[in-house]
Design a protein around this ligand. Sequence first.
Ligand code: CS2
Ligand code: MG
Length: 402
Amino acid sequence: MKIIDARVIITCPGRNFVTLKLTTDEGVTGVGDATLNGRELAVASYLTDHVCPLLLGRDASRIEDTWQFLYKGGYWRRGPVTMTAIAAVDTALWDIKGKMAGLPVYQLLGGRSRDGVTVYGHANGETVPEVLDEVARFLDLGYRAVRVQVGIQGIGSIYGVSPDTAHRESGYVPTAESSDWSTARYLHQIPALFEAVRERFGFDFALLHDAHHRLTPIEAARLGRRVEEYQLFWLEDLVPAELQEGFRIIRQHTTTPLAVGEVFNSIWDCQQLITEQLIDFIRADVVHAGGITHLRRIFQLADLYHVRSGSHGANDLSPVCLAAALHLDISIPNFGIQEYMRHSAETDEVFPHAYSFADGYLHPGEVPGLGVDIDEELAARYPYQRAYLPINRLVDGTVHSW
Ligand code: CS2
Ligand code: MG
């Protein structure tokens, strides 16, 4: 079974998505997400100019071999562009393998380890009462887990809370500038949000929060310790994680569970975090961490060290990535939770899919392969639009992590 066609499709039904579509000589197609938010065309070129020509004529059934071929064969290892491109090929090959077998991909990964995939939604607001309304909405929809983000007084805008509702939550702006940030104000004000949520809704659901890489380890340690009584499911991305050993400082001071990993692209980015048990949840995702093959390897390592999965699932990852994530989530033993930021109606139309939400769970569906496709005709109606992630600055103008 040979690959005879490899094509990259770029579409912007509200935001940009890059998709790789492979076709075999038996007419079977497979899709892989190749979206790297804000740097989409770099991956598109990596695939079109360098990888697709290598795929033609290759045996589509050799998933692991193709992964190794692209990783070791490229010589320049790792990095978000390379690993996103490899992920797209890998995901498309799993899709093809499932279709050939007539089985949903999760069956090829060992079958179900659970009945459904617990997901968390995003409750955001400018003020605490606004966030509480949003939490109520999610709980009414059946969610068992909710992430909360609130505006901080004295700060113009904050991650997760944008005055521009069209780009709310996803941090997607037409130009690369900017907000202001004060860690002191944030640390002072944020505990009141968790207190208000627990006071009104109790403790019978998972409560999450994302600090988006803005603190130092000792600031993070202070926050973790301060909010222990609210029993958070996790605090996410408290610090930038290039310095893995920095998490030791946080760990020494708090029992609040820690999650990190949405910007990781290989097992080497989290090896120390996992093997030293410095985190509780690894948030790497299919599209940025080398596809199903490599993310499964990360989760297997994590399982040895009591670290559970918590894959990134922002809506700048396409429905193709979400579908792939669900097949992994439902099959692995050490699943923790899956982020679920619903896609826009336009995006859902461009990417018809078999997965569905019910009672706080996502279900991957029973369609052979990943159960997701791209409607190319519709996709063509939404041409690429250049866009960037925001830049964050401190109130004195210093560039800070966004
Ligand atoms: C976020 C993302 O979902 C999350 O937890 O941190 O929204 C992230 O900012 C974007 O995916 C970046 O592209
Ligand atoms: Mg995050």
